[in-house]
Ligand binder design. Structure first.
Ligand code: NAG
Ligand code: NAG
Length: 296
């Protein structure tokens, strides 16, 4: 890597002598060494390896989007950090959908869309309005033929709870919320404060994946990891012996806060103001740029 930097220096020195005589001093030389060592041993010498960490099979959209935006600059490796399991209330979901009056079903992740679809046949002919937290979740629902009637202006629970329109004047608007057992109580608490009635079912759970030997080897090559949830961050740490060397490109602030709490240096955490695939890809690009310009 120094060799590459020096060569670039020589090439650019014809146009700007200062670039060669005054090389940029890395701010964090401590963390720089493992990353530099890795680049020189990676097979694609010029591309930065980026890990996608959602559940096995759920990374395709992000992977494609990254490869088209950052073509030639990165190679994307699948390193699943989470896996999904049924939650303790899963068995109640179909019956709850069918047997009570609901004004909305609230869906806050693509995984919740998969879970809802598996129970949706009980109401498919007389569907309940569905609210999705953001674009990726909406698309997942629509792929299953489940119509989305409301999507908030920002893809986070706080915005959904503030913006979801009440549909009843005299009695409470009723929301069924099939959630991850690990989801915080932000959404149901906020809606209840606005006078909604919310029934939360812990319909699925998010657990750490266990890396195979190949996945571990791939993870060690990566200089950037994409984290789509706090569980993905924890899955990464559990499988890597708490290694926080990788730059964390987070889908939003919630995952970024968890990285900071778990010991990542602030300058190694990247997250967009507006959560979503688009902003996520932007911050992966920022992380890649930071590696190239050696500002991390
Ligand atoms: C941490 O992971 C990086 C790759 O992301 C690797 O190069 C480094 O050796 C690891 N450090 C430890 C202490 O395992
Ligand atoms: C990783 O960190 C967690 C929490 O600080 C700790 O409980 C665990 O033992 C650590 N694991 C390893 C392998 O160091």
């Amino acid at each position: 890597m120094w060799l590459v930097v020096v060569l670039v220096g020589i090439v650019t020195s014809t146009s700007n002598a200062y670039e060669f005589s005054l090389p940029r001093i890395p701010r964090r030389s401590k963390s720089l060494s493992p990353r530099l060592a890795m680049t020189s041993t990676s097979s694609a010498e010029d591309s930065i390896a980026v890990a996608v960490t959602r559940e096995d099979g759920n990374n395709k959209k992000l992977l494609k989007a990254l490869e088209s935006r950052l073509a030639g600059r990165i190679s994307v490796l699948e390193v699943p950090c989470i896996a999904h399991a049924d939650g303790e209330d899963y068995a109640l979901l179909a019956e709850k959908l069918r047997s009570e009056r609901w004004d909305y079903v609230a869906v806050t992740s693509p995984q919740a869309a998969i879970i809802l679809n598996s129970a949706w046949d009980s109401v498919r002919d007389d569907p309940i309005p569905v609210t999705a937290v953001g674009k990726a979740t909406s698309e997942a629902l629509e792929e299953y033929g489940i119509a989305v009637s409301f999507c908030p202006s920002k893809a986070i629970a706080t915005t959904l709870m503030l913006e979801l329109p009440a549909t009843r004047v005299t009695d409470a608007t009723r929301v069924l919320y099939p959630a991850s057992a690990k989801a915080r109580t932000t959404l149901e608490n906020g809606l209840r404060e606005r006078g909604f009635e919310v029934v939360r079912l812990n319909a699925y759970d998010t657990v750490s994946a266990h890396w195979t030997h190949i996945q571990r080897t791939n993870a060690e090559k990566c200089q950037v990891a994409c984290f789509g949830s706090p569980s993905a961050v924890d899955g990464w740490l559990r499988n890597s012996n708490n290694n926080t060397t990788v730059l964390a490109a987070c889908i939003g602030k919630t995952s970024a806060d968890v990285c900071r709490d778990r010991g990542w240096p602030k300058e190694c955490i990247f997250f967009p103001d507006k959560p979503g695939i688009e902003g996520w890809i932007n911050v992966v690009e920022e992380a890649v740029d930071a590696l190239v310009s050696e500002t991390v």
